[in-house]
Design a binder for this molecule. Structure first.
Ligand SMILES: Cc1cc2nc3c(=O)[nH]c(=O)nc-3n(C[C@H](O)[C@H](O)[C@H](O)COP(=O)(O)O)c2cc1C
Length: 324
């Protein structure tokens, strides 16, 4: 790595996981990690109240909105909305392999048409001052050689786009489900390292299968940033050491208990004022105590109680009593 990039660690965009409640929760554990929203389809933003679809809390900064779409006009309009709402970055999804996405001709299949991606990214960049970035795969179907990825990045970076997040496994658009496409194609991190070496002026982030901070530190010897997805969800307290280790921020991190206590007011606000069920929030908290005594009873209490009418911070408090 030639320079220190300001966001060495990020939370991956994950549909149905990295919604505002999960991000608010993770923010109690790490103040510095760059947080990505789940992918949001441009139509969802343009046809509904954007505040309801992509609203976020001030504490979530730095925060990036990930967009799914291929229509330059729609993407440009959504990028403008994101900027007006205060997002720090807008990211284009060029990695999602689901059928729905293939029908809309966006996501991973866009890797086959780098010129089209470049046009879209350029239009978005012209419309906003915040950074426009791209998350893509290492390859897709038969277009899967290192040289193909380099070609994709070269064409898109000609627009001035400087930051690329690479999910270091290819996607098979025919034959593999989205979940299989996150596990079966082998990880090829060394090719992402090679991309950084070949294009040192770009900011390159690698992603895929990174489950501990030592692994992240290893990759950071070769690339500018590391994105973590499933491990963040399955073991959120993994991020407790991120700020100190990767940002030199020595601010004490709250204990697991304190993290939950810090959510009491938040839970009451969302259940009382905004009509959310408590389990919209608590479904993201189930793994916080994994490996700790009482973790099973914590999970069980929340699973049995948090969906009920009237569940609020008291329910959280009761669940907390089960973990030592
Ligand atoms: C449940 C789930 C939903 C995902 N949704 C998105 C998404 O909305 N946008 C995206 O670019 N990637 C999405 N991904 C892929 C992740 O961002 C990431 O690239 C992938 O999981 C590999 O990283 P990991 O091994 O650290 O999880 C999703 C992954 C999972 C597990």
């Amino acid at each position: 790595m030639t320079e220190t990039f300001e966001h060495p660690i990020s939370l991956a965009p994950m549909m149905k996981r990295t919604d505002r409640h999960f991000r608010f929760f993770l923010r109690q554990i790490t103040r510095r990690t760059l947080l990505y929203t789940e992918m949001v389809n441009t139509q969802a933003i343009l046809n509904h109240d954007p505040e309801r679809i992509i609203g976020f809390d001030e504490c979530e900064h730095p925060i990036a909105l990930q967009l799914g779409g291929a229509d330059p006009t729609e993407l440009t309009e959504c990028a403008r909305i994101a900027e007006d709402m205060g997002y720090d970055e807008v990211n284009l999804n060029v990695g999602c392999p689901s059928n729905r996405v293939k029908k809309g001709r966006f996501g991973a299949c866009l890797m086959k048409t780098p010129d089209e991606v470049a046009r879209v990214v350029e239009a978005m960049q012209d419309a906003v001052d915040i950074e426009v970035t791209v998350k893509h795969r290492i390859g897709v179907d038969d277009i899967d050689r290192y040289e193909d990825m380099l070609n994709f990045v070269d064409i898109v970076s000609k627009t001035g786009c400087k930051r690329f997040t690479v999910h270091a496994r290819k996607a098979w658009l025919q034959g593999l489900s989205p979940a299989e496409n996150r596990d079966i194609p082998p990880l090829r991190h060394p090719e992402v390292h090679r991309l950084k070496q070949a294009r040192p002026h770009l900011i390159v982030e690698t992603n895929g299968g990174i489950t501990c901070l030592d692994e992240a530190a290893h990759h950071l010897e070769h690339v500018d940033a590391v994105m973590i997805g499933r491990a963040a969800y399955e073991d959120p307290y993994l991020f407790a050491d991120v700020d100190r280790r990767f940002y030199g921020d020595e601010t004490p991190v709250p204990s697991r208990h304190k993290v939950i206590e810090n959510l009491f007011d938040y839970a009451d606000y969302w259940t009382r004022e905004r009509g959310h069920k408590l389990n919209y929030i608590t479904r993201h908290l189930l793994h916080l105590f994994s490996g700790q005594q009482g973790a099973g009873r914590w999970r069980r209490h929340l699973s049995e109680e948090a969906h009920k009418d009237g569940a609020n911070s008291r329910t959280l408090q009761d669940a907390l009593a089960f973990v030592s």
